[in-house]
Design a protein around this ligand. Sequence first.
Ligand SMILES: *Cc1c(COP(=O)(O)O)cnc(C)c1O
Length: 346
Amino acid sequence: MPHDVVDLRSDTLTLPTSAMREAMARAEVGDDVWEEDPTVQRLEAMAAARLGKETGLFVASGTMGNLVSVVSQTRPGQEIVLDADSHIFNYEVAGSAVIGGVQTHPIRTERGFLSPEQVAGAIRPSNVHIPVTGLVCVENTHNRHGGAVCTPEDIAAVAAVAHRAGVPVHLDGARLFNAAVALGRPARDFAAPVDSVTFCVSKGLGAPVGSVVCGTRDFIARARRVRKMVGGGMRQVGVLAAAGIVALEHMVDRLAEDHADARRLAEGLAALPKLRVDVARVQTNIVIFAVDRPGGAAELVAGAAARKIKIHAIGPASIRCVTHKDVDDADIERALPAFAEITRAW
Ligand SMILES: *Cc1c(COP(=O)(O)O)cnc(C)c1O
């Protein structure tokens, strides 16, 4: 059945599959604050194995995963180094500052990825006036940079600089499996150089809720306390973890289809007047494009909505489209002529 509405706003809009709903209904559960939910424990073990870490912690969201990772690895008054376009700096309601009492040290980068030189320059010297650098954060794939991918070697180079200074590294891998599929590398290669890593099962992997944080047993024990502190200690939450297990088992390889759809969408958009998209930069499931016409982004959003196509403006002249499992090739082939019709007169 063709979709009535083509929804390209976000991969968070994906609906659970019937296999997920069945697994959720059947899930064996217990009180997870008492560490007695076998399904949560299975998901955590599975995630840790995939990422090559000792253990994992199921959390309510990517935002909570980043928050517990930052708070468990820093002390109030310290500073965290991150890219100025990072999700942690822009979209997490200043949680690290409010809950963790840390200061953010954002650095402008070209594609969202700090270079080893930038990290070396940002790590603070020991001086009574100056805050102590507590953590370096990296993001892969990069949300605000259109799903850009960095390699495991890029992460390792940054982590080497941080570790030499005694500073741990956190990887915000909300879409880590998109990076892994795009480069044909196992997810553990990206996680190996870092001390903590988090990924979402609720985005392209299609589960309704949740993220998993992975790292050492000691780190996860601290993260578990912070999760409790921020109200994330959930009880029979195996009903949610069950969908996450299906996501990890069955939804990773198909991300390649989303990447192909995004590429096709970008190529089509690039051919339209007043739309500017760098097709070579579309590496995963996100397409960010510029609209070179005053009010054009709003016009395109409204025109698309009138044709039952949902897209999202991320700025007055900028639109983000995201492909996912509930968008197929037919939807892309329907969206492109609609965009062409709207922009024809421009
Ligand atoms: C979506 C996202 C998050 C946050 O995940 P939520 O589950 O929406 O809280 C964190 N980091 C990045 C890079 C993201 O894209």
